[in-house]
Design a protein around this ligand. Structure first.
Ligand SMILES: Cc1ncc(COP(=O)(O)O)c(C=O)c1O
Length: 430
C-alpha cells in the first residue's frame, strides 16, 4: 500500500496533470480572439446596434434553448432581478428560493424588494423539494425561483403544477444548467421565464460577466428589454427619445462579451458531449468505492455537469460512529494532499448566511441542506475542459489510493472535534 501524500507519500496528481490545456476554463481559441477583434474593428461596442453581436447572441440562444425570445443582460444576478421585475410583482411579496444554491438566487428577489422564503432541497437531486415548496406557500407568495443546481434540472412537472395551482410565476435559475434537458426540452424553456449566467466559470462562459433571460412571453420579454436600459426603448438606428417608461437601471451586456459567448456557443454541444463522457468515466470508478454516493440523474432529464457533488456515507463504510462532517473534513485533507481538487461548495445554507441570519432566518430549519453540506465535497471547473478526461482518471486514482487507507482516516475522523460551518459562532458577526 503506498503512503498517503498527507503523511509524506508521493502526490498522485503532478504538475503535468494541471496543464491549462487540460484543465483550463474557458477554452480560448482563435474563434474567441477573432470575435473580440471583430468587435474592436467594427466600432460597435454597445448592445444598441441592430444586428450587432448582442442581438445575434440573443437570437442564437433563443433558438438553442427553444424559446421565442431572449434578452442579454449584464450578469446572472441581474437576470433574476429583471425576470421578477418584468412580471410586476409588488414589493414585499414572497418568492420561494431553495436554501441550497448560490447566494444570487436570493439576491435577485431582494434587489426587487421581495422577500425570499427559503425551501429545503431533495437529498438526491439537490434541487428544491416540491413538497417543501408547497408547504412554504402563503397568501403573499407570488413566484418560485427553481434552481437547476449543479446542472441537473429540477422536477419541473411538479413545479409547473404548483405554479399553476397557486397562480405563481415560475422562474428557472438556469445559471448552472446550459444544455441540460428535461423531458427532451432544454432548461430555459421550462418555466414562464428563465435566467442564465455567462460568468467566466459557467458552462457557456464569456470573458467576464454576462447573463441571458429567455421566455416565450412577448410581454415579459419587452419588460426585460425596457428595464435593462433605464426604462428606455432603444430601437436600433432610430434616434434615442430619452424617455424612461420604467424606473430602471443599466444592466446591459457589452458587444465584446456577446461575441465571445457566441464563439463558445458554437462549441457548447461538442464540449457538453466530451464532458459527459469524461464525467461518466470518472463517476463509474468513484461509484465503485464503498461509501461514495455519486450524482444521480433521473431518466427523464440530462445533466449539464457544471458541478460534481460526491456524498460520503460512514454507515455504508461500516463506521457509523464517525460523524459525516468529520469524515468529509479528513477526506478533504487527504484528497487535496494527493492533488485532487475537491472542495466544498456553499458551506453555509443561504438562510444561515450572516446577512440572512440577521433577518431571522436559521440554517437549522433546513435539515436536508445541512446534511448534504456536511457529508459532501465537490469537483468544479477542471472537468469543464473537454480535454480533462485523463486528469479525471488521475483524480479517480487519488480517490482509490485514499480509500485504501480508509480505516486509519476513519479512526482519525472519529477523534476530530468537528463542528459544522453553518452552526452560529459565539462571537457576533463571525
Ligand atoms: C445558481 C446561480 N444563480 C445565479 C448566479 C449568478 O450569476 P452571476 O454570477 O452571473 O451574477 C450564479 C452564479 O454563480 C449561480 O450559480
Amino acid at each position: 500500500m503506498s503512503r498517503l501524500a498527507m503523511f509524506g507519500g508521493t502526490r498522485t496528481l503532478t504538475a503535468e496533470n494541471k496543464e491549462p490545456a487540460l484543465i483550463g476554463w474557458p477554452v480560448v481559441t482563435d474563434a474567441e480572439r477573432e470575435s473580440a477583434l471583430r468587435v474592436l474593428d467594427s466600432g460597435q461596442f454597445t448592445s444598441n446596434n441592430t444586428d450587432g453581436e448582442v442581438q445575434l447572441l440573443e437570437r442564437e440562444w433563443a433558438e438553442y434553448v427553444g424559446t421565442a425570445h431572449c434578452a442579454a443582460v449584464s450578469n446572472g444576478t441581474a437576470a433574476i432581478e429583471l425576470a421578477l421585475a418584468a412580471a410586476g410583482i409588488e414589493p414585499g411579496a414572497e418568492v420561494l428560493v431553495p436554501a441550497f444554491t448560490f447566494i444570487a438566487s436570493a439576491i435577485g428577489p431582494v434587489q426587487r424588494s421581495l422577500t425570499p422564503v427559503f425551501v429545503d432541497i431533495d437529498p438526491v437531486t439537490f434541487c428544491m423539494d416540491p413538497a417543501a415548496a408547497e408547504a412554504a406557500i402563503t397568501p403573499r407568495t407570488r413566484a418560485i425561483v427553481v434552481v437547476h443546481l449543479h446542472g441537473l434540472p429540477a422536477d419541473m412537472t411538479a413545479f409547473r403544477a404548483l405554479a399553476d395551482r397557486y397562480g405563481l410565476l415560475l422562474v428557472e435559475d438556469a445559471a448552472q444548467s446550459h444544455a441540460a434537458t428535461y423531458l427532451g426540452a432544454r432548461t430555459g424553456s421550462l418555466g414562464d421565464i428563465a435566467t442564465f449566467s455567462l460568468n467566466v466559470v459557467k458552462n457557456l462562459p464569456t470573458c467576464g460577466e454576462g447573463g441571458l433571460v429567455t421566455t416565450d412571453s412577448a410581454d415579459l420579454h419587452r419588460e426585460v428589454e425596457l428595464r435593462r436600459q433605464f426604462g428606455e426603448r432603444l430601437q436600433g438606428a432610430r434616434e434615442r427619445d430619452y424617455r424612461s417608461r420604467r424606473v430602471a437601471g443599466n444592466e446591459k451586456l457589452s458587444a465584446v462579451q456577446a461575441a465571445f459567448a457566441r464563439a463558445q456557443l458554437t462549441r457548447l454541444d461538442e464540449y457538453h458531449e466530451a464532458r459527459t463522457r469524461n464525467v461518466h468515466a470518472l463517476l463509474d470508478r468513484l461509484g465503485r468505492l464503498p461509501g461514495v454516493v455519486t450524482p444521480y440523474t433521473p431518466s427523464d432529464r440530462t445533466h449539464a455537469w457544471h458541478i460534481l457533488r460526491l456524498r460520503f456515507d460512514p454507515v455504508a463504510l461500516g463506521r457509523p460512529e464517525v460523524a459525516p462532517g468529520a469524515l468529509r473534513a479528513i477526506l478533504h485533507r487527504a484528497l487535496r494532499a494527493e492533488g485532487a481538487p475537491v472542495q466544498p461548495y456553499q458551506v453555509v445554507p443561504l438562510p444561515g448566511q450572516p446577512a440572512f441570519r440577521e433577518l431571522g432566518h436559521r440554517a437549522e430549519d433546513f435539515p436536508v441542506t445541512c446534511e448534504v453540506i456536511e457529508d459532501s465535497l465537490t469537483l468544479q471547473r477542471w472537468h469543464l475542459n473537454p480535454a480533462s478526461g485523463p486528469v479525471l482518471q488521475r483524480i479517480a486514482d487519488a480517490f482509490e489510493k485514499v480509500w485504501e487507507h480508509l480505516d486509519v482516516l476513519c479512526t482519525a475522523a472519529a477523534g476530530l472535534d468537528h463542528r459544522p460551518a453553518w452552526q452560529p459562532r459565539e462571537k457576533a458577526g463571525v
